[in-house]
Design a protein around this ligand. Sequence first.
Ligand code: AMP
Length: 414
Amino acid sequence: MEDILPEEAERRFNLEMIAREHLETHGYKEIRTPVLEDAAVFTRSIGEASDIVSKEMYTFNDKKGRLFAMRPEGTAPIVRAYIEHGIDKAAYEPKLYYMGPMFRSERPQKGRSRQFYQIGVEVFGTGSVYADAEVLSQLSGMLKLFGIRGFTLKLNTLGCKNDKEKYSENLKNYLEREKNRLCPNCRERMNKNALRVLDCKVDPCRALLRNAPDIKESLCQECGGHFNKLKNILKEMNIKFKEERNLVRGLDYYTGTVFEITHEALGAQDALGAGGRYDNLVKDMGGRETGAIGYAIGVERVMLAINKEAAVDKKKTVFLATLGDKAKIEGMKLARQLRENCPRLVVVTDIREASLKAQMRSADKSGALITVILGEDEIAKKEALLRNMATKEQIALSMEEIVKEIKNKLFRGQ
Ligand code: AMP
């Protein structure tokens, strides 16, 4: 679990703001659920055989002996809340988004930690293919807004519950015949949840899986039609995707459309995000039959993928170096004027009564683009020195001209 220090926290904040605005303009509303849940919320939905439940969940008994889990993902708790609060009857559209920390006890490596942040959405109450298309278009739009370019949308379908069961049986039969060539892990997985074998990254298993039965052969007419229609809509909308026949999700609740976003620069942990339909989950958790689809993206991986200079624009800073009481008071007035006129500008003033030399060092450290210098001489002349921190050039300006000049220099055209 990692500390997020100020520089990174600022980048995260900016990213979250972009995401919020994007999602709200698509009609999504925020939901926040607790970090702790009854562990059964996850075991019943994600599945006992999944890695998350069988190996990765942080659980503990409270003083009354109840088993709690630190949430490993966002969907199951939101489905729990959806049922508990009758959100299906709420006045707003049940298009929800969330952001926050998730916890999984995995072996840490680049792009994988035990506490990580996700931004995700869940759309309830529709089985329509247009919901799938909207979610995917909205997701790829958000990644582009973040400034990410080199991502790939991988797409597949698992079919409905019946199709999935039929396919699982076909796959199991095939794997049974090839059992001796499977890795020990897959030999075990095969009986618990055959679909999980498709996730295996070991070479001999991968080679074997290339000839495994294709899920498309097990799809009913409706599910096949849904998938073809989705692909056509995406093509019409110019949303690029790659059909991947062996893409399944490690969580039991998925049915129908499933997808994953990968990024070429991420290395072994290359998934930026993933999601899909889960049309049976609300009912399975005690609600009414409800079509639903969602996704989650991993914030740490998104940050890794973002080109350092792109997207998350650094806030502009002005430092006010002041000497003597009169200058300090003028400086504070100037700071207020600057903040009123330039909403996103960071204005740093000297609050230590430090020497000019020390203040200039602080100005450097703050990353200021401009330093305004106000000493006794300048006050007497009712002017100030404006120092361009990159070129070291200084110009003297009257107090009235300063705000205008800074606005012009730092925010021209905005
Ligand atoms: P999942 O809920 O497993 O489908 O994960 C969705 C996304 O969350 C992944 O594509 C990753 O970007 C991110 N993610 C999952 N597990 C971790 C982890 N342990 N550390 C960092 N990011 C993660």
